[in-house]
Write a protein that binds this ligand. Structure first.
Ligand SMILES: Cc1cc2nc3c(=O)[nH]c(=O)nc-3n(C[C@H](O)[C@H](O)[C@H](O)COP(=O)(O)OP(=O)(O)OC[C@H]3O[C@@H](n4cnc5c(N)ncnc54)[C@H](O)[C@@H]3O)c2cc1C
Length: 474
């Protein structure tokens, strides 16, 4: 867009806002807000808006709507699928940052709930819950920058899903600014409410396409005052899944995370990022990191699970944490896997979910099929074993040109997606659709399902101004 056209557009919007200062037009700030976390998408925007109150969001949404400017809600901008940045086109758009809407409005131990504004980070919500001797069950590597609004709009998952469910399972109520500027105050804390359509679920996972979430009431659980973790060396991927079943059976509700860890991830994370020795001998291809947490000591139960796994031949070696510091070190390896990709050359990444128990079949079939397209590619598979969620990266083989490898992207995606669909899975387990998976979502869903989604979108946002070009294939 020409500078003068941009200035004119910005001036038109600023002139109708009660606090024009909420619009930031600094080019560096706009550029940062238009660039996605993975560096795959760079969009265009007239300005970044930083409203401080819900009323300011309403004013902005109304004013932008009158001018037919698009609004792109943005929290921590950690989306893995280009969902939080504007499109690279000349249609005017504003990035609406929720950063300044970051208060914990209330924490209520008696109703086991917390009300947090959309811009609160996950770590902030976790800390506030902990202060009330409660636990907030959503946890993921980006906890310090991902916001609760962004996590809800993505229906994020993370390591705690095996125990607490997805973000959807943790939301009791929402406050939302609708595309026409109206406010829906739905901050209920009820555990049961069968009084009609449960509208909050429309906004959960909607990726900012139906309105701006301004606050949420969230479910809390008993505090996790004691915990223990074990890194288990399993002989195979099949043994890793069987170990997960054993841990689920034996932990009796105290299993709070169970993650699949490939040897390559542990070795390279220790060497290149954490600069430490691996916590145990890396004598197998596959490991599992599991965590038990409770209000009672969990060490004995953890030891029993490991002992049973040894007897059953599911575990060749294991290391158990004996202090918070040791546990933190084990989890630092898992948390570093996303960043580790920087050291793995070009990679084509998938966030697949298949029915429980099918991860081994998915993994082996992906490896065989992708190897035919890109011989020698390096597989990096990890993820949430208790949820059937495999993060799979096809990484560039050594001594292959990046362009040559990346040139295979479409073919790799086609063969890989065909396998996941054959297994009854999905192309997006927890990262959402954004811009990245628009093409695949129209292949995955039936025309009936897509039509219902379009009907919902049109009934909220007839002019398609809320985060256009994301989630819904046109
Ligand atoms: C290191 C790392 C690890 C991660 N691990 C996991 C993981 O284990 N599991 C998992 O599920 N995800 C994971 N993610 C991705 C995860 O989805 C995001 O971190 C998080 O859910 C998005 O929060 P955000 O505030 O950054 O949202 P953004 O990236 O800013 O936005 C995400 C989407 O939500 C919309 N949005 C943002 N705020 C609002 C709002 N207030 N109202 C309406 N729409 C809004 C945006 O328009 C966009 O569509 C990880 C990301 C990173 C970088």
């Amino acid at each position: 867009m020409e500078i003068s056209a941009r200035q004119h557009g910005l001036h038109s919007l600023a002139s109708v806002l009660p606090r024009p200062g909420m619009l930031v037009a600094d080019q560096d700030i706009i550029a940062a807000a238009c660039q996605d976390y993975r560096g795959w998408y760079r969009g265009k925007a007239l300005a970044v808006a930083r409203p401080r109150t819900v009323a300011e969001i309403q004013e902005l949404v109304r004013a932008a709507g009158n001018l037919k400017y698009a609004i792109v809600p943005q929290g921590g901008n950690t989306s893995m699928c280009g969902a939080a940045v504007p499109l690279d086109c000349d249609a005017p758009s504003i990035v609406l940052s929720t950063a300044a809407l970051n208060q914990i409005r209330s924490t209520n131990a008696g109703s086991w709930s917390i009300v947090a504004e959309a811009g609160c980070t996950l770590a902030q919500v976790q800390d506030a819950a902990r202060s009330a001797n409660r636990h907030f069950g959503l946890d993921l590597g980006a906890r310090g920058s991902a916001t609760i609004g962004g996590a809800i709009a993505t229906n994020a998952g993370g390591v705690g899903v095996v125990r607490y469910g997805n973000c959807r399972d943790l939301v009791l109520g929402l406050e939302v600014v609708l595309p026409d500027g109206q406010l829906w105050s739905g901050l209920r804390t009820l555990r049961k409410d069968n009084s009609g359509f449960d509208l909050k679920h429309l906004f959960i996972g909607s990726e900012g396409t139906l309105g701006i979430i301004t606050a949420a009431s969230l479910k809390l659980h008993p505090a996790e005052t004691t915990s223990g973790s074990a890194l288990i060396c399993t002989g195979s991927l099949e043994a890793a899944t069987q170990f997960a079943d054993l841990a689920l059976e034996m932990a009796a509700g105290e299993l709070s995370a169970i993650e699949l860890m490939p040897v390559m991830g542990i070795r390279r994370s220790c060497e290149e990022l954490l600069r430490c020795r691996p916590p145990l001998e890396l004598s197998s291809e596959w490991f599992v990191l599991c965590r038990l947490a409770s209000q009672q000591p969990v060490q004995e139960k953890l030891e029993n699970i490991v002992a049973r796994a040894l007897e059953a031949g599911l575990c060749a070696d294991a290391v158990l944490s004996h202090s918070v510091a040791q546990e933190t070190q084990l989890w630092a390896i898992r948390d570093s896997f996303s960043e580790l990709h920087k050291f793995l050359g070009a990679s084509i990444r998938f966030d697949y979910c298949v029915p429980l128990g099918k991860i081994p079949e998915l993994y082996h079939r992906l490896c065989a099929a992708i190897d035919k397209v890109a011989p020698g590619f390096v597989p990096f598979g990890f993820g949430h074993l208790g949820d059937g969620n495999l993060h799979f990266s096809a990484c560039q083989p050594e001594r292959t040109e990046t362009n040559e490898f990346v040139g295979n992207r479409q073919e790799i995606e086609t063969v890989a997606n065909a396998i996941v669909w054959e297994l009854g899975g999905t192309v997006s387990a927890e990262h959402g659709i954004g811009q990245l998976h628009l093409h695949e979502v129209s292949q995955q869903k039936s025309s009936t399902e897509l039509t219902m989604m379009q009907c919902v979108k049109r009934s909220f946002d007839a002019f398609e101004l809320m985060n256009p070009g994301k989630l819904l294939p046109t």
